[in-house]
Design a protein around this ligand. Structure first.
Ligand SMILES: C[S@@+](CC[C@H](N)C(=O)[O-])C[C@H]1O[C@@H](n2cnc3c(N)ncnc32)[C@H](O)[C@@H]1O
Length: 213
């Protein structure tokens, strides 16, 4: 993204034609939004979202597509006896510097390594038994799965591993309307979708009913 923006900007300057400044301005705006979200926005937003979960500290939390751990480690800060588990395929195309080692280093740096588990796993086929997490979260990750069937599988897997009464919180830039509809079809309760501030970014929340099999 940064390389493309630099290329377009240099091309616009060299050509000196005003027409080239229109796409350049657009690309720079998208880049600015991306950098804002990556470096600051998502931390501010998720500090609020995790606060809304009112964690006791003993929960088991799963982060789907945890990457280098932005949300996972923030959630782990709220735990005492609980555990925050992250799964990822560590795709460098989706996040720069993405690796299990980077996430582990960050967990140590944040002082939460004792409460964090990291697994190399596909969120469309989670290596966990049914109903074993109190909370499932995911940020900017499900849209990276190619194909709607894969994205639907990720949602059904999230529901499968949630215990009755467990809560789900998914933030993403697209596909959230479909996720909300699928969650309702799967029998989740309190399904809600809302926009996060002025940005093209939504959060879907839902609870697994206590009385479901
Ligand atoms: C844009 S990054 C977001 C990372 C992190 N959630 C954050 O907010 O910083 C998307 C992540 O989803 C992961 N990912 C994509 N497809 C996946 C899949 N099928 N299973 C597990 N992780 C996946 C990528 O490897 C990447 O780490």
């Amino acid at each position: 993204m940064t390389a493309m923006a630099s290329f377009v900007l240099v091309t616009a300057i060299i050509s000196g034609r005003w027409q080239t400044f229109v796409p350049t301005t657009f690309i720079l705006a998208v880049l600015g939004l991306y950098l804002h979200n990556t470096l600051r926005g998502k931390f501010v937003v998720w500090a609020g979202l995790i606060g809304q979960l009112h964690l006791r500290g003993d929960e088991r939390i799963l982060d789907l597509g945890c990457g280098r751990g932005a949300v996972l480690l923030m959630a782990a800060q709220h735990l005492t006896t609980g555990r925050a588990v992250g799964v990822d395929l560590w795709r460098k195309f989706d996040q720069s510097g993405n690796s299990l080692e980077a996430a582990r280093r960050n967990a140590i740096a944040e002082g939460v390594a004792d409460r964090v588990g990291l697994h190399t796993a596909d969120m469309t086929a989670l290596p966990f038994e049914d109903s074993c997490f109190d909370v499932v979260v995911s940020n900017f990750a499900i849209h990276n799965i190619g194909g709607s069937a894969g994205r639907e599988k990720a949602i059904s897997e999230a529901v499968r591993v949630l215990r009755p009464g467990g809560r789900l919180m998914i933030a993403d830039i697209r596909g959230t309307r479909r996720h909300a509809a699928q969650l309702a079809r799967l029998g989740m309760s309190a399904v809600a979708r809302r926009r996060l501030g002025w940005q093209p970014w939504w959060v879907v929340t839902a609870t697994r009913p206590e009385n479901r099999n």
